[in-house]
Design a protein around this ligand. Structure first.
Ligand SMILES: [Cu+2]
Length: 256
């Protein structure tokens, strides 16, 4: 039986970095509940204690108790621990410790209204040069027809195939407006900014087909900007990859 991806709480986590993200999300919810209940009790306490019947005359003396001060210091300490102890190290790891490209897979993801172009480098492993002036409806990536490195490249529209338990480096860019590359099961959200190339990496630990969504309202078709992340074994990936590469060879999936 297939495991349910989405339930009442967080979707399943299939990434190597997801556990820390989930800790942060879960602990923030615990603290929010504590704050909500705490403030609720305090509110009711104030309604009763300072009701007009018991206090016909207002007091202008400042508060003498120290409890509120200690509670606020406690909240600041907890928030600092969450930020400095969990969020910042995770962010730093995600941004600084990139996997060795020799041991990782590499793709370019070029977003546009309203699709994800997934650019594979083909058999040579080198991405062909791209430029806006080459973009046509047959060449959505804008590959330069004069660049030999791009001859074997292919575009897997809305389908990102990757190998399980192997890191992948994704170069994100946009052809038009700001989009946001979101894969809930990977605990991954990264804005895609026109004019910039943003590098991210992740590693999936489970095989299966999962959703890629656009998490930035990017126009009328935003709702259908949905892709598939296909995490598969090395062999299955190779079979798929060779098929795509062969189609480029035979001109079935040729851009020019
Ligand atoms: Cu979008």
């Amino acid at each position: 039986m297939e495991e349910k991806i989405y339930g009442y709480w967080l979707p399943i986590d299939i990434s190597t970095h997801g556990q820390v993200v989930d800790w942060i999300i879960n602990w923030l919810h615990v603290f929010m509940v504590l704050l909500f209940v705490g403030w609720g009790i305090f509110f009711v306490y104030c309604l009763l204690k300072f009701r007009q019947g018991a206090n016909p005359k207002a007091t202008y003396d400042p508060v003498k108790g120290k409890v509120s001060k200690y509670v606020e210091i406690g909240v600041v300490i907890v928030e600092a621990i969450l930020l400095v102890g969990l969020s910042v190290p995770l962010w730093a790891q995600f941004k600084n410790d990139f996997p060795d490209p020799a041991k990782a897979q590499e793709v370019r993801v070029v977003s546009e209204q309203f699709a994800w172009n997934i650019h594979y480098a083909g058999n040579d492993g080198i991405f062909g040069r791209t430029a806006p002036q080459f973009v046509t409806s047959d060449n959505l990536l804008g590959l330069d027809p004069d660049d030999a490195a791009g001859k074997d490249d292919f575009n897997a529209i809305n389908t990102l195939h990757m190998v399980v338990n192997k890191p992948i480096i994704v170069h994100l860019s946009s052809k038009d407006v700001i989009h946001s590359f979101k894969v809930p099961v990977l605990r991954l959200t990264q804005d895609v900014i026109p004019g910039q190339e943003i590098k991210i990496w992740f590693e999936a630990t489970k095989t299966g087909t999962f959703d890629i969504a656009c998490a930035q309202l990017c126009g009328l078709g935003h709702y259908r900007m949905r892709g598939q992340l296909i995490v598969e074994s090395e062999e299955a990936f190779k079979t798929w990859f060779d098929e795509q590469a062969a189609e480029v060879e035979t001109g079935e999936d040729d851009f020019f």
